[in-house]
Design a binder for this molecule. Structure first.
Ligand code: TXA
Ligand code: MG
Length: 310
């Protein structure tokens, strides 16, 4: 694996590797992505192999230019409003594909829709421009494990399996994008960096959450996910003596997601805290976290981290 810096010269070399069908891990504002040229079937297949990802779990296609997105998917008025409001940024839209577009079939796992997003990170955007192709990119971690918010997290999980890694420092948001489908009604398939309230303010209509029981869910939303090696217990106010305690707000604990109880700060530090605590080899107890705003996404990830493993 080649280590790249964020200089134009390095990002250009990384883009060349993508064009030649290779795998490049790169920073976004949410989490690190594991990228491949979304138009090359064998390159996209290599993502599934490197991650050990089930083939029925489709990928997000990343774009550097909203005008190019329009050549791949049908953009309704509502979708356009959301793109204007949140792109570049942590909102992924699941939209109907146009006929006969050049996209590898394994990006969509055979679905008639394509998940599209324009990331808000200068390095990701320059990689997209140099590569001049949409980049299919899941989070850059082995399937089912904790998502990466630093280059070191990527290195620890995937260094043997990928061609290059661009180190752009820690991710600003720290949680994956919100995934939204608009038809038949606006529904959040995965809570993330953009909140339900923000979306519904722009659309001027209610927005639903697909819970685990609805068939509308994103195919990859397995119950056990983001799993540390240690067991995880949630909503804990009194940790047991053998547990390490992950706190939120003013309290005594081993690691605090946000001593002042700020949810965006907790989102930013969540995965790094889980990576760190997991290294200590003890069961993890987690303090209650309010289920409002981005707290919804934090609790979604924690619930999956705590779920029984397959
Ligand atoms: O913030 C993010 O979204 C990060 C960065 C790298 O952009 N990417 C990411 O990708 O989280 P991944 O593969 O870990 O999660 C993508 C999710 C999966 O749960 C998948 O099922 C869903 O997106 N998805 C992709 N295409 C879909 C589609 N056509 N319909 C419904 N869900 C889809
Ligand atoms: Mg992921």
């Amino acid at each position: 694996m080649i280590d790249f810096t964020t200089t134009d010269a390095d990002v250009q070399k990384a883009a060349k590797i993508l064009q030649n069908g290779g795998l490049i891990a790169f920073p976004t504002e949410t989490v690190y992505g594991l990228g491949a040229d979304a138009t090359q079937e064998s390159a996209v297949k290599a993502i599934y192999d490197a991650k050990g990802r089930p083939s029925f779990n489709p990928l997000i296609a990343h774009f550097g230019d909203p005008d190019v997105v329009k050549t791949f998917v049908e953009i309704s008025d509502q979708a356009q409003k959301l793109m204007d409001a949140f792109w570049p940024g942590a909102l992924t839209l699941v939209l109907p594909m146009k006929p006969d577009i050049k996209i590898a079939q394994s990006v969509t796992a055979g679905l008639p829709t394509l998940a599209v997003r324009m990331p808000d990170n200068p390095v990701a955007l320059s990689l997209l421009r140099f590569a001049a192709t949409p980049i299919a990119a899941p989070s850059a971690n082995p399937s089912g494990q904790i998502s990466p918010t630093t280059a070191d997290h990527v290195r620890a999980g995937l260094s043997e399996k990928i061609d290059g890694l661009i180190d752009g420092g820690p991710c600003a948001i720290g949680l994956e994008s919100t995934i939204l489908v608009l038809e038949p009604k606006p529904t959040i398939l995965r809570p993330g960096g953009v909140t339900r309230q923000q979306i519904s303010d722009i659309l001027r209509r209610p927005v639903a959450f697909a819970d685990d029981a609805t068939p509308l869910q994103a195919p990859g939303q397995m119950i056990s996910h983001y799993a540390p090696k240690a067991s995880v217990r949630l909503g804990v106010t009194k940790p047991k003596p053998d547990e390490v305690y992950l706190g939120f707000g003013p309290m005594e604990c081993d690691v605090n997601l946000s001593p002042n109880g700020v949810l965006t700060e907790a989102a930013e530090t969540l995965f790094a805290a889980l990576h760190h605590l997991d290294g200590l080899g003890k069961p993890i107890a987690v303090a209650p976290i309010p289920n409002t705003g981005v707290g919804r996404a934090i609790n979604d990830r924690l619930k999956r981290a705590a779920a029984p493993r397959n």
